[in-house]
Design a protein around this ligand. Structure first.
Ligand SMILES: [Zn+2]
Length: 152
């Protein structure tokens, strides 16, 4: 067994509901294709729910919980069933995580840090582009558009 720590409270814009370390399971092949190539075995799986929605996804992750492939599912059970087909025995390995959506969002906000606009404080899910200056200040496309509108 790889000594893998629990995943972060949030992966992308989603809350982690449960995870499984599946490096002891015999990989049966993945239905997922990444860049036209079937995804190979991964050590870690996570079931997530996107913030503010009922969308459930099964994430295939490396030991650092970077996701390598994702599939969408109707329910947690469906996601786990998909995992069970690819990694037989994995259904016994799931561990539930009890972070609230609020905690997960808070974690994501903290981890953004420097990715916020220095002027309006918008986070990456609220702007399309961020320009950083050498001095370390960052400005988002929304603020740039407002500045442009104000100067004409
Ligand atoms: Zn801004």
């Amino acid at each position: 067994m790889t000594n893998t720590s629990a995943p972060p409270k949030a992966l992308g814009a989603a809350r982690v509901l449960s995870y499984a370390v599946v490096d002891s399971c015999a990989f049966q092949g993945s239905s997922l294709f990444v860049d036209g190539v079937p995804l190979g075995p991964v050590p870690c799986l996570a079931v997530t729910q996107a913030f503010g929605t009922a969308e459930v996804a099964l994430l295939r992750c490396n030991v650092e919980w970077r996701f390598l492939g994702v599939s969408a599912h109707e329910s947690v059970e469906a996601a786990r069933a998909c995992a069970e087909r690819e990694y037989p025995g994995s259904s016994a390995l799931w561990r539930d995580i009890s972070y609230s959506e609020q905690e997960s969002k808070g974690f994501r906000e903290e981890s953004w840090g420097d990715l916020r606009c220095s002027f309006c404080g918008r986070s990456p899910d609220h702007f399309e582009a961020l320009v950083s200056s050498a001095s370390g200040a960052s400005i988002c496309n929304e603020c740039l558009a407002e500045l442009g509108a104000a100067s004409t």
